[in-house]
Every structure is written in C-alpha cells, then in structure tokens.
Design a protein around this ligand. Structure first.
Ligand code: FAD
Ligand code: MLT
Ligand code: ZN
Length: 464
C-alpha cells in the first residue's frame, strides 16, 4: 500500500493530497451522518491527466477508488468503506468553466464545478442552466451527472441526463474517453456518455461535461398554495399544465408536518398563512407577458375546491422567503433525527393512488409512524419519508423499518414506479436494486460493470 500512496502523492503534488484525519472527517462521513468510512489518503487532482494517472496507478495496485464531488449525496455513495484501504478521489480542484458558447447554447465545465457557479456563468452570458436543487451551493456537476440529479425544475427541463451534451470520462484503467462534443444531434454509434450518467462513479470518473443551456425561463410567478389533501395536488397539477402548457417550472408538494419541522429547526422561516392547512404546494409558472394569469387560474382553482388558500409572491424578497422554506426541509429533517427515506417515483397518473394506498399501508403497519412527505410531485417523484418513535429499541426500529420500506417499495413497484427516483443507489439501496431490478435488466448492469471495470476498482461496494 505504501508505495502506491507515495506514487499517488507524486502524481498530484503537494497541494493535491491529504491524510490528515481532521481534514478528512467531513469527506468520510455522508451528509446525514448515518455512514462513515476510512481512507489512508484523499487525492485532489488538478486536471484530467492527473485523474488518469491516479486511476491507472490504483488499477495497477488493485486498490479501490471512490470519486467524490460535494458529498451531498443521500445514499452514502461518495464515501469510502470501513476497510481503510480505499483511496478517496476529490474533484474539488477541477472547478474551471472551460468555455461558454452562447450561440450554441452550451457550456463546457470541469466536473468539480459547483452547480451554482455554472448557473451564474450561464446567466453572465445571457443564458440559463436549469438544474436546481437545495444543495446547489455545494454539490458539483460531476456528482449531479453521476447521480442523474433531479431537483426542482425537472417538470420543464428534465433531469441532469437531459442537460448533458457530452462527457469526458476516465475509465477504470486510466484511459481518457473523450466524448466532449457540444452537439444536439450525433448518431455515430452508441451514445456512450449516457452510460456514465447515473452510474455513481462505478463505471468511470467524469472529469468534464458539455452542458445544454437555454434562454431565460421568462417571468415566473411563484406561489405557495394550501390544498385540502395530498391527492388534490395532482388535480391542481393537471389544471395548471392545461392552462400553462410547458410553462409549469416547479410543482412541489409539502405536508404541514414537514413545514412544522422547518419552523421548529430552521431560524427565520415562517409560513405566510394565518391558519394551518394539511398540505401545501410551492409552484412556479412562466407567466410570460401575462403576470395576472396565475392569479386568475388560482382563483378558479379555489372556486373548484382544489385550493384552500394561496399566496403569490409580490417581489424578490417574498420569492426567496418561499424558497427558503422549501430549501430548508432537508436540514430540518436532519435535525429532527433519524428517518426512513424513500425517494420514490410513480407515473403522475398513479400518484393519487399511491398517496391513498401509502397512507392506508402506514396506518395498518405502524400506527405510531409519522409520514414526512414532500417532493417533486410535478414529475412524479415524492420523498415519502417515515419517522418512527425515537425511543424504539434499535432492533425493533430495524425490523419495523425494513417492513415499512419493503411495503412501500412493493407498492411503488406495483404502480410501475421506482424505489430510487433521483438520489441513486449508493450503498444504502444496493440490496433493493438486486431485488427490484432483477432479471435481464440487473444482469446487463452486472455485465456492463464487469466489462468496464473488470477488477472492480471504481467505487467498489456501491450500486451493484
Ligand atoms: P457526491 O455526493 O459527492 O457523490 C454522489 C455520487 O456520485 C457518488 O457515488 C460519487 O462517487 C459519484 N461522483 C461524484 N463525482 C463524480 C465524478 N466526477 N465522476 C464520477 N462519479 C462521481 N438530489 C436531487 O436529485 N434532487 C434534489 O432536489 C436534491 N436536493 C438536495 C438538497 C440538499 C439540502 C442536499 C444535502 C442534497 C440534495 N440532493 C438532491 C442530493 C445531492 O445533492 C445530489 O445527489 C447531488 O447530485 C450530489 O452531488 P455531489 O457533488 O454532492 O455528489
Ligand atoms: C429534496 O428534494 O429536498 C431533496 O431531494 C433532498 C432530500 O430528500 O432531503
Ligand atoms: Zn428531491
């Protein structure tokens, strides 16, 4: 091991590595603190050539490498295991915007660029990069692509996959695969870049990306509305989509319980309503030249019983106050203590049924469980989390957790959905991948992994 560590230090130079335990601590602990790992060395290469040499050296020595972006992932995919043998590969120093091509509506960036930096670079060039999530100030585009991140604007612009035009990737033997083309059309053979989107560092290390840019979204109307039930939100979504074709930018369902957690745990947040309602939707619609149109549609929705109350933000402060409520949810949930996270998706047409049957299922299985539900209902993705009494003994907690999670995932599968909508698999959901993607799909995933990484160097123990 030692000769390898010295070789890696040589490759990345004195600014490019650390083995200091305190510095490493946040890098070996996942965001919620449920998993920790150990590593003898974190390398921080400055360019693609260094990444390539690091991977080649690890492959030669048969030592695993764990790529890490902002370490904001929800499935413990970016931290090493407990063996203390895996090398951590931080992409943080590869954070250059290489080129903005405003005429081609594209941008080329290194994988370690923080998402927010890319959004800002696009804006500076009069363009718009629509990927947006609560962690955008610290997650990196390489991590976003490696997890096929979703977030808040998927309903209008798609997930990270839809925004990738080209990729540069270092393969498991150190070969650099250059598919960094900024093209909308390219049918020359298999679309190799797509293999790496959502592969969570198990098939290659993404070192750079060419991304799709858009014209600005236009004037957005932002509103927080109260709805009588979670199911009603789906009817409201249908109405908005009909009234504003392709203009619904965000549609986020949040339960009253979840906003209660935000109120309790995050300072300077408050709901803009006098009385409490059971469910809320934070929505954004591109109203274009007709800013009044949102109010008119919401008034109609009130008359139809789809909406109980509504607040439309009047200025940028009110907009950011509403968004602060939404962006504070993960932190509030983390502070509230352990919860079972279920990042599920179903076809929007089955969402109402899921919500109803999910409710019944929880009540039957564990009347003492609390539903902690929020998420991107506009694109069929809900964070259907469940918290159990914190004083349950650990064995009982584990048993109950397994039953609840299994029942929810079974329901999701029955409705044609996925147990992992946008957070990926990591180490947290590996067994569920084997269970719910068994058969030819799972076999082909294993074949791909074995073909691209025969010695299992890249992010061992994750996904598959
Ligand atoms: P990391 O956590 O560092 O890594 C994630 C995975 O990608 C790991 O398997 C890692 O090995 C791999 N990886 C990282 N970089 C590379 C690379 N360059 N090449 C190959 N593999 C790599 N996610 C959503 O989808 N939607 C949301 O709305 C959302 N909101 C969030 C809000 C908060 C407050 C937080 C903390 C997280 C949220 N997330 C959300 C989860 C997380 O931000 C995303 O999964 C994000 O895409 C991870 O990016 P990262 O740079 O932090 O990746
Ligand atoms: C979100 O939608 O806020 C995220 O996916 C993060 C989370 O689930 O906590
Ligand atoms: Zn989410």
């Amino acid at each position: 091991m030692n000769p390898l560590l010295e070789q890696l230090k040589d490759i990345v130079g004195s600014k490019g590595w650390t083995s200091d335990t305190n510095t490493l601590e946040p890098h070996v602990t996942e965001w919620r603190g449920y998993f920790t790992g150990r590593t003898p060395l974190m390398v921080m290469p400055a360019n693609t050539d260094e990444v390539s040499r690091v991977i080649a050296a690890c492959a030669e020595a048969g030592v695993g490498v764990v790529p890490q972006g902002g370490n904001t992932g929800m499935c413990a995919g970016a931290i090493p295991d407990e063996s203390g043998t895996q090398i951590l590969l931080s992409m943080a120093r590869m954070n250059r915007i290489r080129n903005v091509d405003a005429d081609n509506f594209s941008i080329e960036v290194e994988a370690g660029c923080v998402l927010q930096t890319i959004q800002e670079a696009a804006l500076d060039a009069g363009r718009y990069f629509p990927l947006s999530l609560g962690a955008e100030g610290s997650c990196q585009i390489g991590g976003n692509i490696a997890t096929n991140a979703g977030g808040l604007n998927v309903i209008r612009y798609g997930t990270a996959r839809a925004l990738v035009l080209g990729l540069e990737v270092v393969l498991a033997d150190g070969t650099v695969l250059n598919s960094l083309r900024s093209l909308r059309k390219d049918t020359a053979g298999y679309d190799l870049k797509q293999l790496f989107v959502g592969s969570e560092g198990t098939l290659g290390v993404i070192t750079a990306a060419a991304l799709r840019l858009f014209p600005g979204p236009g004037d957005l109307g932002t509103a927080l509305v109260a709805v009588p039930s979670s199911g009603t939100s789906v009817s409201l979504l249908g109405k908005l989509k009909a009234c504003f074709p392709d203009q619904v930018q965000t549609f986020e369902l949040v339960s009253d319980y979840v906003f209660g957690l935000v109120d309790r745990h995050v300072p300077d947040t408050s709901l803009p309503f006098d009385s409490g309602y059971p469910w809320y939707v934070l929505l954004e619609v591109a109203t274009g030249k007709d800013p009044e149109s949102l109010e008119a549609v919401l008034m109609e929705a009130i008359e139809e019983g789809l909406v109980l109350d509504a607040v439309i933000a009047k200025n940028s402060t009110e907009i950011s106050n509403l968004w602060r409520l939404r962006h504070s949810i993960s932190e509030a949930e983390r502070q509230a203590g352990k919860a079972l996270k279920h990042d599920i998706s179903v076809p929007v047409s089955r969402m109402q049924e899921f919500l109803q049957r999910g409710d019944d299922l929880l009540k039957n299985l564990r009347p003492d469980a609390t539903l902690v539900a929020f998420g991107h209902v506009g694109d069929g993705n809900l964070h259907y989390n469940v918290s159990l009494p914190h004083d349950l003994d650990p064995e009982e907690y584990a048993r109950a957790g397994k039953r609840i999670t299994g029942a929810i995932y079974d329901l999701v599968a029955e409705l044609g959905g996925s147990f992992s909508a946008e957070h990926g698999v990591g180490q947290l959901k590996r067994s569920y991948l084997a269970e719910y993607r068994s058969g030819p799909e799972y076999d082909l995933m294993r074949t791909l992994k074995k073909t691209l990484d025969p010695a299992n160097i890249l992010n061992p123990g994750k996904v598959i």
